[in-house]
Design a protein around this ligand. Structure first.
Ligand code: PMP
Length: 456
């Protein structure tokens, strides 16, 4: 790229190592610099406007210009910009938020614990699970089962739970005690002619076989996202969660629901657990809890987890875990105001009704020659692209078509994200039907524009 030596682009290349980016390619192409936000739109440094079809990172529920969150942060900054919750200390925002989250929980929950990211929250879940097993005198019960394609973060423990190669290759992961079972991806992994129910039964049997092979007394917990996000927006087949939960109950295995993407309305209910009738022991939340205006995440734990943990902390003298900024008062105040906005404006209802429209509009593209499958629920959807519809095979190499169409879509003023050949659509919950139409029309144009390049 040709830029002035002191331009923001040049300085970005010089000084900034990006997350989830090919560093050498970045040296060549540089960044897209986003300067401003306005509702569902963001604007780059050249003044070009985009529909932010990923809500940032699946996270900005209320849009990119919500003054009430700015005001909530300012008020709290002026009153008490920082305090912590170590050694019996507390402050009002964190107490209010803990009460609010416990009251919103889809199943009876006992306590909220605060962290700063989805990864930290999942690390914390893993530590709590091990601590609990020790408390119960079951020190061997430490294995945690996750799923291939599951996404739970990037710290050493949470990246181990994550079931995607890029998070583990060359990082010497996963660590011990983490196992991965099958993905509920009907389009990719079901046998020819296998119904959703039969596929779900087979996945539950696979899980049970894994538990029996390891020894049920060794397996402490299972973790899953109600709908997989970064693994390609995988909506589980009918009866999947019911059958998985029956296996877990049979062997006394805890269930962790990672609601980092699904939580706070994304699937058309407040929690993905409601959409799929999931009854977790630990519920992990982040992202839309504060619309990502400030970093904050949380775990809700039930009495089954809390009681032994509390006893163990009493035996040892403390629960030796917690982060300096966990439950940060400004982030907690913003989260509270954000949850108020989600309720006042019925953004969950909007996700449900506009979600139906988005799913319908995206499914109209199912017949397109480059589209393998359209899937989704509520305001989370995905289109999986293929070079050959019958064979479900990629064009050139995996990810080439996804990258091509995603680039064309960005030129057309929509920011999506391609996970290999799957493009995700996860817009802010405030999106209207008209804006969904604009987004899908731009996507259709990008698909059509890709055809001559693919077939040429
Ligand atoms: N769990 C899920 C389901 C996620 O989607 C993510 C982030 N995309 C995480 C955990 C990790 O969150 P963070 O990036 O805040 O560490």
């Amino acid at each position: 790229m040709t830029t002035q030596p002191n331009s923001a682009e040049a300085r970005d290349i010089r000084y900034h190592l990006h997350s989830y980016t090919n560093a050498r390619k970045h040296e060549e192409i540089g960044p897209l610099i986003i300067e401003k936000g306005d509702g569902i739109y963001v604007e780059d440094a050249s003044g070009k406007r985009y529909i932010e079809a990923m809500a940032g990172l699946w996270s900005v529920a209320v849009g990119f210009s919500e003054q009430r969150l700015v005001d909530a942060a300012t008020r709290q900054m002026k009153k008490l910009p920082f305090y912590h919750n170590f050694t019996h200390k507390g402050h009002s925002p964190v107490i209010d938020l803990a009460e609010k989250l416990v009251s919103m929980a889809p199943v009876p929950m006992s306590k909220a614990f605060f962290t700063n990211s989805g990864s930290e929250a999942n690390d914390t879940a893993m530590k709590m699970i091990w601590y609990r097993s020790n408390a119960l005198g079951q020190p061997q019960k430490k294995k945690i089962i996750s799923r291939k394609r599951g996404y739970h973060g990037v710290t050493i423990a949470s990246a181990s739970l994550t079931g995607l190669p890029n998070n583990q290759i060359s990082f010497d992961l996963p660590i011990a005690n983490v196992l991965h079972t099958g993905t509920p991806h009907h389009y990719r992994d079901a046998l020819a002619g296998e119904s959703e129910e039969a596929f779900a039964t087979r996945l539950a049997e696979e899980l049970e076989q894994l538990i029996l092979a390891e020894g049920p007394e060794m397996v402490a917990a299972f973790i899953g996202e109600p709908v997989m996000g970064a693994g390609g927006v995988v909506v589980p087949p009918a009866t999947y969660w019911e059958k998985i939960q029956a296996v877990l109950a049979k062997y006394d295995i805890l269930l962790v629901a990672d609601e980092v993407i699904c939580g706070f309305g994304r699937t058309g209910n407040m929690f993905g657990c409601q959409t799929f009738d999931i009854k977790p022991d630990i519920l992990v939340m982040s992202k839309q809890i504060s619309s990502s205006y400030l970093p904050i995440s949380a775990l809700l734990i039930n009495e089954r987890v809390y009681a032994p943990l509390a006893d163990e902390s009493n035996r040892i003298g403390t629960f030796g875990h917690g982060f300096t900024a966990g439950g940060h008062p400004v982030a907690a105040a913003v989260a509270l105001e954000n949850l108020k906005l989600i309720e006042e404006r019925d953004l969950v209802g909007n996700a449900r009704t506009v979600g139906v429209h988005m799913q319908k509009r995206l499914r109209e593209l199912a017949g397109h020659e480059l589209v393998g499958e359209v899937r989704g629920v509520g305001l989370i959807g995905a289109v999986e692209l293929v070079g050959d519809k019958q064979a479900k095979t990629p064009w050139k190499n995996a990810g080439a078509l996804g990258g091509l169409v995603n680039g064309l879509l960005q030129e057309n003023g929509v920011i999506s994200r391609n996970m290999a050949d799957t493009l995700a659509f996860c817009p802010p919950l405030i999106i209207t039907e008209k804006q969904v139409d604009d987004m899908v029309d731009a996507f259709k144009k990008a698909l059509d524009a890709a055809v001559p390049q693919v077939r040429g």
